[in-house]
Design a protein around this ligand. Structure first.
Ligand SMILES: [Zn+2]
Length: 270
């Protein structure tokens, strides 16, 4: 099933695309359009619907926040349709030459992602006719991830920095220490709205991000403490009385799990 929804906030347009192989989707992706700039390209599973939705938009440039397949899934057809430059961070442009393989669970939820060689790397800022967006590096969830910040309007396009205040499973490539410092870095900016790629926060975005910071910091502290006591990852998991989402873990071949949070913290502190 594919679901879509639109959001308007001042002159920002958001388009939500949900896809699920069975029943109602519980995960969806937003792409944003502002002043000729399209931010991210969604997942390939919703390609036809997405292309129809954005067909009328005067897209002059595209910006990719990070290499994950739900952000880069439709670069090629959008390039063909709009013939416009597509920008990203230097790291993202580099990663899209040989993007890491994706698990079965990611394939059935988001779809495949094609390799793309022509991302134009930019640093510092991207301009549209009426706005200048600061490009802010926010690694952790993904090493190449950046946010776009418009200081006059106080808009923050936060990619996957937030997603939710509590996260039930993590990718095996995430760094929790980096996520904590990226969130702290972003909280120092003055923003009134957070255009998250999965869960936009139009009210109290700083509180929401602070809630996530607290969750990550307290998990980080308790895992570190138990690790220093000599407990291994399984013992830490048991002691914290956590529950695993086994279906997600199984379908992803272990690429997505709550155990990955413990592994990431142990990697971070060693
Ligand atoms: Zn992501």
């Amino acid at each position: 099933m594919i679901t879509t929804e639109e959001l308007t906030y001042e002159n920002v347009k958001g388009y939500r695309f949900g896809y699920s192989p069975f029943g109602k989707p519980n995960l969806s992706t937003y792409i944003y359009f502002i002043d000729g700039l399209l931010i991210d390209t969604g997942q390939s599973k919703v390609r036809k619907v997405l292309l129809d939705k954005v067909d009328h938009l005067p897209i002059e440039q595209i910006f990719i926040t990070h290499h994950h397949e739900d952000h880069t899934g439709n670069i090629i057809p959008l390039k063909e349709r709009f013939q416009c430059p597509i920008y990203s961070s230097e790291k993202c442009a580099e990663m899209m030459y040989h993007p890491p393989s994706i698990s079965f669970a990611q394939k059935i939820t988001w779809g495949e992602r094609e390799v793309y060689h022509d991302l134009i790397p930019i640093e510092n800022e991207i301009k549209t006719k009426h706005h200048t967006f600061e490009i802010i590096k926010i690694p952790g969830h993904a090493i190449d991830m950046v946010a776009l910040y418009e200081p006059t309007q106080k808009w923050l396009f936060s990619a996957d920095l937030y997603i939710n205040s509590y996260i039930g499973y993590f990718l095996n490539s995430e760094s929790i220490a980096q996520q904590i410092s990226s969130i702290k870095k972003i909280l120092a900016y003055d923003f009134k709205v957070m255009f998250c790629s999965h869960n936009p926060q139009l009210e109290n975005p700083k509180q929401k991000l602070t809630d996530k910071l607290n969750f990550l910091e307290s998990s980080f502290h308790s895992i570190t403490e138990l690790h220093h006591k000599g407990l291994d990852q399984n013992q830490i998991f048991k002691t914290l009385r956590w529950k695993e989402n086994w279906l997600v873990k199984f379908l992803s071949g272990g690429a997505l799990s709550k155990m990955n949070l413990i592994k990431a913290v142990i990697r971070d502190v060693e």
